[in-house]
Design a protein around this ligand. Structure first.
Ligand code: ADP
Ligand code: MG
Length: 385
C-alpha cells in the first residue's frame, strides 16, 4: 500500500506532504564517525516514507505500518521520550523536538503515517531514515526549508539526545547525501559531505545474521566511552590533538602503558581504519578494486581483533564471503555485535553463490541469514507518490 493510501486508511484524510529517506550501507570507516575520522557510506534504494497532514484538534497522532502501537500525544507531552512499545515514536518525536529547540515553530495538531520497504533494526539504519523523512515532511508542512547538512545534524541530535544513542554522523549523513551510483564521503571532524561515483559493474550484497547482541546499545556506548577516554589520555601528551582519528600509531604506541590494553586496541583500530579509508579513496581513484577489497577485509579483521565489535556469526560470514569468487572484500557493516556483513562484488557474484554461503552458515549456526542484493539509491527528499 502506498503511504498516501495508508495515511487515508488510518486518518480518513489525505496527507499534505510526504518525504522519504533511504537506508544506508557503511562501506568503510567502522566507528570512526564519533572519533572525527573519515567514513564512506552508500544510500540504498529501500526507504522509510513519512506522510504528514493536518488535524482539527490539538493532538499529534503517529502510526506506522511496521508498529502495532499508535501514539497519541501533544506538543507539550512530546517534550519527554516515550518507553516500551511506544519507543519507536522517539525517532519522529525526537526530530520534532530538535527542530523546535532550533527555533522552528510548529503548530499543534497533525497526523503522521509511516511506511517502509526498508527492514527495521538490521543495521541498515532505518532509525536515521525515519528521522530524516520525518524532518523533511514536518519542515514542508510547517513552511520552512532544511538543507541536507542541517537535516543530517538535526537527525543525529535527535538520536543522541532523545533516543539516547551516542551515534556519530555516518548514518544521518549518508541518508541525507546519498545518490544512486555513488558513495558518500564524510569528514566527521569538519562535517563536510561529498560523493564519489562507484566503479561500473560493482555490487553490494548484504548478509544479515538477524542476530543482535542483547546488550548492543550498552556495548556501543562502552566503545564510545573507551574512545573518548583514549583520546583524553593521548591529548595529555599532545595538547593540540583534535580527535582520536588524528592520533598516529606512533603516538598510540608511546602511550600504550597509560592507555591499558583495551583503550590501546580501540585507538589502534581507529588509527588504522582511518588510514584504510584514505587508501580506499586512493584505490577507487586508481580503479584498483582488489585493493579496495583488501581494505574492506582488513577492516573486518581490525573490528574482530582490536575494536572487538564482531561475533562468531559475522566472522564466519565475512570470511566465507570474502573468499567467494568475484568478491573484492567483505566486512561487518554498522555498529557490530550482530547485524550484517556487507560484500563488495563484481557482476558475476550470484544468488547461487550467496545461497551456498547461507547453507554453510545454517549448518554451523542452525539459522539462516537473510541475503539481499542492495542497489544504491538517492538520499532523503520530499516525495510525491
Ligand atoms: P537500524 O537503524 O539499523 O534499523 P535501530 O535499532 O537503530 O536499527 O533502529 C530501529 C528502530 O527504529 C526500530 O526498532 C523502530 O523503533 C524505529 N523505526 C525505524 N523505522 C521505523 C518505521 N518505519 N516505523 C516505526 N519505527 C521505525
Ligand atoms: Mg539505527
Amino acid at each position: 500500500m502506498s503511504t498516501r493510501n495508508y495515511f487515508f486508511s488510518q486518518f480518513n484524510s489525505v496527507p499534505a506532504f510526504s518525504a522519504r529517506a533511504p537506508g544506508r550501507i557503511e562501506f568503510i570507516g567502522n566507528h570512526l564517525d564519533y572519533n572525527g575520522g573519515p567514513v564512506l557510506g552508500a544510500a540504498i534504494n529501500r526507504y522509510v516514507t513519512v506522510a504528514v497532514g493536518p488535524r482539527s484538534d490539538e493532538k499529534i497522532v503517529l502510526v506506522s505500518a511496521a508498529q502495532s502501537d499508535c501514539i497519541k500525544t501533544t506538543l507539550d507531552a512530546a517534550e519527554q521520550p516515550l518507553s516500551g512499545a511506544e519507543a519507536w515514536g522517539n525517532y519522529p518525536l525526537g526530530m520534532l523536538k530538535v527542530m523546535r529547540d532550533a527555533g522552528m515553530s510548529v503548530y499543534n495538531g497533525f497526523n503522521i503515517a509511516v511506511t517502509n520497504d526498508l527492514p527495521l533494526g538490521t543495521g541498515l539504519s532505518s532509525s536515521a531514515a525515519l528521522e530524516l523523512a520525518t524532518g523533511y515532511a514536518l519542515a514542508a508542512f510547517h513552511g520552512f526549508a532544511l538543507d541536507r547538512k542541517r537535516i543530517a545534524v538535526l537527525g543525529r541530535a535527535a538520536e543522541n539526545s532523545f533516543v539516547g544513542m551516542p551515534c556519530g554522523i555516518l548514518d544521518q549523513g549518508t541518508v541525507a547525501f546519498g545518490r544512486a551510483g555513488a558513495l558518500v564521503l564524510i569528514d566527521c571532524e569538519k562535517e563536510t559531505f561529498s560523493t564519489r561515483s562507484l566503479p561500473a559493474g560493482t555490487h553490494f550484497w548484504i548478509f544479515n545474521t538477524l542476530k543482535k547482541h542483547s546488550l548492543v546499545d550498552s556495548l556501543y556506548a562502552t566503545r564510545h566511552r573507551e574512545c573518548a577516554e583514549a583520546f583524553e589520555i593521548l591529548r595529555r601528551a599532545d595538547p593540540v590533538l583534535i580527535n582520536l582519528a588524528a592520533a598516529s600509531e606512533t603516538q598510540i604506541e608511546a602511550a600504550r602503558a597509560a592507555l591499558g590494553t583495551e583503550r590501546f586496541k580501540r585507538a589502534l583500530h581507529v588509527a588504522r581504519e582511518t588510514a584504510r579509508v584514505h587508501d580506499t579513496l586512493d584505490a577507487l581513484d586508481a580503479g584498483d578494486l582488489p585493493r579496495v577489497g583488501r581494505n574492506l577485509t582488513a577492516s573486518h579483521e581490525s573490528s574482530r581483533l582490536f575494536f572487538e565489535n564482531s561475533c562468531d556469526e559475522l566472522d564466519f560470514l565475512a570470511e566465507r564471503v570474502a573468499g567467494a569468487p568475484d568478491v573484492f572484500g567483505a566486512r561487518l557493516s554498522g555498529g557490530g555485535f550482530g547485524g550484517a556483513v556487507m560484500a563488495f562484488t563484481g557482476s558475476t557474484f550470484s544468488e547461487a553463490d550467496a545461497g551456498g554461503i547461507v547453507d554453510a552458515y545454517a549448518a554451523k549456526f542452525g539459522t539462516k541469514p537473510s541475503i539481499f542484493h542492495a542497489e544504491t539509491g538517492d538520499g532523503a527528499e520530499l516525495f510525491d507518490e
